[in-house]
Structures are given as C-alpha cells and as structure tokens.
Design a protein around this ligand. Sequence first.
Ligand code: GH3
Ligand code: MG
Ligand code: MG
Length: 385
Amino acid sequence: MRLLDPYSLVLMATLIGAVLSSVLFFVRRSFPAEILGLGFWAWGLAVQVLSALVYSLRGVLPEVAVLPLANVLYILGHGLPLLGLQVFFGRQPAWLTLACALAFALVGMLWWLLIEPDYAARVVWMSLPATLINCMALRQVVRYGRGYFASWFLGSLIGLNTVLVAGRGLMALLNGPALIDLNQPGHIQNVYLALTGMIPNMMAVAFLMMSTKRVHVALERRSASDPLTGVLNRRGFGEAYLREAARMRRLPRTLSLLAIDLDFFKKINDMHGHAEGDRVLTEVARMVSSALRESDYVARFGGEEFMVLLPDTDVALAVTVAERIQTLLRSECSSERPACTASIGVAWQNDPSEGMKDLLDRGDQALYRAKANGRDRIETSLDSF
Ligand code: GH3
Ligand code: MG
Ligand code: MG
C-alpha cells in the first residue's frame, strides 16, 4: 500500500481544525449565554493549529526556537478544551494545573533539547502532561456527562486519545526512538499522525453536539416555564397533565388539583410597588414547591394564581397538602411580606376520559367559593363527588 505523506496528513487535520475553530467561534455567539465552554474549545483548536504551524517552521528556524514553543502550544491546545469541559459542567476551570503542565513541558523540552539532547526522552516527557490532561478530561465526561450519544462519543474519543498519547510515551520509554519517530515514513507513524490529527477535531464536533443538546433542553424548559418564578407555565402544565392523564389510563388512580389565588394581592402592588409584588410571587412559588413531592407539578397561570397537580392523590390528601401550603404562607407573614394568605379550591379526577378543562373548571369553581366564603380557606369541588 502506498504510504501517504505524513505532512499531508497533518496539513489536512490542521486545515480542518482551523475551519472547526472558526465555526465554534461563530456558534458561540449565537448560543444562549448559559451554554459555557465553547470559547475554550474554539481557542483550543486555534492554538492546536498554531502549534502545527510553528512545528512546520522546523528546518526554517533553529529547533531550539521551534520545538519548545510548538510543544507548549500543543499542551495549551489540549488543556483549553479541558477547561471548556469543566465550565460546561459547572466546575471551576483548572487554570493552575494547566499552568503547571505548560511549565513542566517547557522545562523538559529545553532540558532534553539543550542540556541532554534526547528525542525519546522528549517524547516520554511530553506524554506525561498530555496524558494527565486527557485523563482529567475523561474524568469530567464520565462523571458529569449524561448518558446520551454525544457524551459517549466524546468520552470514547478522549479515551482513545489517552491510549495513543500514553502508548507513544511508553513505547519511547521501552523501545527508544525506533518506532516513534514521526519524521520517518511508516504505517504506525501514519496511523498515529492521522488519528492524533483528527481526534481533536472529532472531539470538538462531539462537544458541539453536547452543547447543541443542552441548548435544546434549555429552550424546551424555557418555553414550558414561567420566566418570573421559574415554575411551569400554562404550556408546561398542559404537558404535565397529558403525561399524568396517560398514566391514569393505564392504572386507575386519582389526580387532584389545587387552584390557589393569593388574597388581596392587589394591595401589595398598591402599597409596596409592582417590584415587591413580583418578589412576593417568586417567594410564594418557592414555598408552594417546597410543600410538594418530587412527582407533583406547580404552575403559575398568570397573575397571582397558581395551579398544583397532584398525581396519585385523593381528595383527603389533597386537602392536607392545601393546608400545608396555607400554613407555610402564613409562617412567612411579616410587614415585609404582607400577602400571606391564599384561597384554595380542590378538585379531582378519577375518570380518564375527562379532559383538563373540566378539572380546571371545577378547581376554579371551588376557588371562587373559597373567595366568596371569606377567603383564606379551602373549598373542595362539589361536582367531583
Ligand atoms: P382577591 O384575589 O383576594 O379577590 O384579591 P386580589 O387583590 O388578589 O385580586 P385579583 O386576583 O383580582 O388581583 C390580582 C392582582 O395581581 C392584580 C394585579 O395588580 C396583580 N398582578 C397580576 N399579575 C402580576 C404580576 O405579574 N406581578 C405583580 N407584581 N402583580 C401582578
Ligand atoms: Mg387574588
Ligand atoms: Mg387573581
């Protein structure tokens, strides 16, 4: 088989890296600000391209100028994506570790180049910080990556890269320079160059896939939630209801609803201002959520009206939950937080053929009676019996 020229392989991977780096820079600008890490990956690829360019000056400039710089850039180009992964997963970026890895690489390169020139020793030395960075990146993905395709893909690529980098260092340690000299043509050298050239590019694609997935989840959550309080909005509530109604069709169970409306809320806006009213609404949403189980849903239906959906809950239990919510609201009552009572209507549904509108109507009627009967009270729907 005719061997490909190793320089063509590196050039190809470098060009692809340059294109991907610019793609990541552009994508970063259009993604929501909460998706972190793309900038680190874009810079990482750019630095890897720079490292290859510096390396290509070998022969033009003296080795002592080219090799330390190219190798330090190589470590930096692999370290920045690690920091990108860390911020993506909400961790602190390990700047100090990266700085130590860079210093380690620089000192080693200078030593094995100027003081005791030794090619194999340089390869062994450089494989150490590169392997450390790869292992740290792999740990991030294994520990925090959710089990979807892109994170598996990225984890496998980092794993493969680790094996290649550490394997080359080990071969240099055990065998000397014979098999690892990338300037000599050979199948092993070519496979190594092709893989180590392309893997960082594929890793960047995998990371882009992970980021895209996160954007998708964030947008979905945003479209289903109320921007002020963070609980579900009508749309999110409708989706939750459909899920629970489908469950109810499979297994007979009671689905309960609490329709909650704060009492005299208008006074808060009038006396303390709209901003204070908004703060109270956020606080109430938090308190209502804290009174519920993990499997319950709370939604804000506009204004100061909240709906709570309680799966597998009969009316007696639903009333208990409503009382718990009222107690919580009252316990936080103070001159700073004046709106502390709520009227609650309780309705429930046993019949899977019924729709959401019937349940909401019954909840509203019960709530209306709670208001009419003096507020700060719980009324259960009459029609549900
Ligand atoms: P009650 O329910 O006890 O009859 O009296 P209320 O004063 O709460 O009456 P109502 O439900 O009719 O008034 C709701 C008030 O909630 C009207 C409006 O000023 C206020 N409101 C509605 N949406 C918002 C909001 O997003 N932020 C704030 N701060 N206030 C809101
Ligand atoms: Mg009200
Ligand atoms: Mg209201």
